[in-house]
Design a protein around this ligand. Structure first.
Ligand code: TYD
Length: 137
């Protein structure tokens, strides 16, 4: 099942009296090369983002500031992950439906992605995603 391949990734953290530094290198902490980054910010209370799946895209999602919940669904089961640490990411494999919600005030959601933006890679309809994920189409 795809859900089991999604996992929290502990990122390196270098901390001293000057603060902390974390980093991600493609092919090291994550199993893909980084082709794009994007970030969500200024998300009002109660608003949900995501609500789609990807055919090929792999991602690492990091709560760079604040916290939010990521719900992942592989078409058979779903699980939710509270992200609240800048030194931890959530690896999301292809063919996962995701919803992102409960943003704390000022939260910033950083996403490292394996491919450039391509609308053709999206499942925007849950039913369509479900059929594909269950091998019905
Ligand atoms: P979308 O992936 O639907 O974000 P969310 O599900 O969090 O609301 O993207 C929202 C809009 O932004 C959509 O019109 C596509 C555009 N977009 C880009 O142009 N480039 C990108 O890298 C991303 C992620 C989105």
């Amino acid at each position: 099942m795809g859900l089991k391949e999604c996992r929290r990734v502990q990122l390196p953290r270098l901390s001293d009296g000057r603060g902390s530094l974390s980093f991600v290198e493609g092919g090291e902490q994550i199993p893909f090369g980084i082709a794009r980054i994007y970030y969500l910010y200024g998300v009002p209370e109660g608003v949900e983002r995501g609500g789609h799946g990807h055919r090929e895209l792999e991602q690492l999602i990091i709560a760079i500031y604040g916290s939010f919940e990521v719900v992942l669904d592989d078409g058979h089961a779903r699980d939710s992950f509270l992200l609240e640490r800048p030194d931890e990411g959530l690896y999301v494999r292809p063919m996962m439906w995701r919803e992102v919600r409960d943003f704390s005030p000022g939260a910033v959601c950083l996403v490292l992605a394996s491919m450039p933006y391509d609308e053709a890679d999206y499942y925007r309809e849950y039913d369509e995603f479900l059929s594909a994920a269950r091998g019905e189409s």
